[in-house]
Design a protein around this ligand. Structure first.
Ligand SMILES: [Zn+2]
Length: 345
């Protein structure tokens, strides 16, 4: 991950934004929010989860409740159209709660790739993006002039959300197991970015040395090549299971007691356990949060994860709690809100 936060000039003031709005006031003048807010909540954040296959946008309270939400399939080929679409969706969300984008305290954007402190996307393979400046694309959207915008890599954003909204303490790792594998590291309450912004690349920890499969990074035997959703489906097909490209079918078979499918998930747990053992020995985190679609199968993998942690991690480091994130499908959307709140503080 190459991740940094863009702090716009004047965006570093602490506390409540002068442009923040009382949600109770919004309810008097606008449409009723999707969820009934607490009266005490007053700051509204705009959040854009810019995924490779979907755009998820929302207005979120400062305690992490989504009061308005839009989702659309994303067409990433034209980045200007992509961000314009995200901006329009956010304007619709704001309208739903009776405000305009300029009334939001700020907007957080999670990017499925590398993004610099200036909001320059350096590359996002999941979206097919090379380098471009994302910030001007949003600033050019109607109503966005002068709005504080903060960018972050999506998995780092998830980790920030886990801390702000999920009750995570200051020493944990966040690993996503989805189409690919990503990760983030939090130590002493801060994101660990590394010297070049690459910290937390769990997907490229080597976990298979005997029969290593080629990885998209050019290496072999990476976690992503063996334990991502794509890799699980591939291994299941190789084992003769009729799952196509969908790991969820393999999960269903495992839950029905199919011994081959159960072995696939057990071995996936071994791979995840190897990566987590490396993290445990290096960082001694208290928890590992697992997100992404494959996290739904964590119970199928947990025995193998624990077994592998016992084998590979130091006794002093292996008592790592491995938990499914509470943030669910909206993890990166909540993450975008957390990025904004982090930037405003
Ligand atoms: Zn790799």
């Amino acid at each position: 991950m190459f991740v940094h936060v863009l702090r716009e000039a004047g965006g570093g003031s602490r506390g409540r934004s002068s442009s923040s709005l009382c949600l109770a006031h919004c309810m008097l003048e606008g449409e009723r929010p999707r969820e009934t807010p607490q009266e005490a909540i007053d700051m509204l954040i705009g959040a854009i989860d810019g995924g490779g296959t979907k755009l998820l946008v929302g207005v979120i309270t400062e305690d992490g409740r989504i009061v308005s939400r839009r989702q659309a399939a994303s067409k990433t080929a034209d980045v200007a159209a992509y961000f314009r679409h995200g901006a329009e969706m956010l304007a619709d969300c704001a309208k739903e709660v009776g405000i305009v984008v300029g009334d939001l305290a700020g907007v957080g954007v999670s990017i499925p790739g590398m993004v610099t402190p200036e909001g320059r996307v350096l590359g996002a393979p999941a979206a097919g993006w090379g380098a471009f400046d994302a910030r001007p694309l949003l600033a050019a959207a109607p109503g966005f002039a002068g709005v504080k915008v903060f960018f972050e890599n999506d998995i780092n954003a998830c980790a920030l959300a886990e801390m702000r909204f999920g009750g995570a303490d200051g020493d944990f790792v966040w690993v996503t197991v989805s189409t690919g594998n990503g990760g983030a590291v939090v130590a002493d309450g801060k994101l660990v970015r590394g010297s070049g912004g690459c910290a937390g690349e769990f997907g490229h920890i080597k976990v298979e040395r005997v029969n290593p499969f080629p990885c998209g990074c050019g290496g072999k035997g990476c976690l992503e090549a063996h334990a991502s959703g794509v890799a699980i489906a591939r291994r299941a097909r190789e084992a003769g299971l009729p799952v196509g490209t969908d790991a969820r079918l393999c999960e269903e078979l495992a839950r029905q007691g199919d011994p081959v499918a159960m072995r696939i998930y057990d071995q996936t747990g071994v791979y995840l356990g190897r990566a987590l053992a490396a993290a445990a020995n290096l960082l001694n985190p208290s928890r590992a949060y697992i997100g992404g679609g494959v996290a739904a199968a964590l119970d199928l993998m947990r025995p193998a994860i624990r077994r592998t942690l016992t084998e590979d991690a130091l006794p002093q480091c292996r008592n790592l709690d491995v938990l499914r994130t509470h943030l669910g499908y909206e993890a990166a959307l909540l993450g975008a809100a957390a990025v904004c709140l982090e930037g405003l503080c």
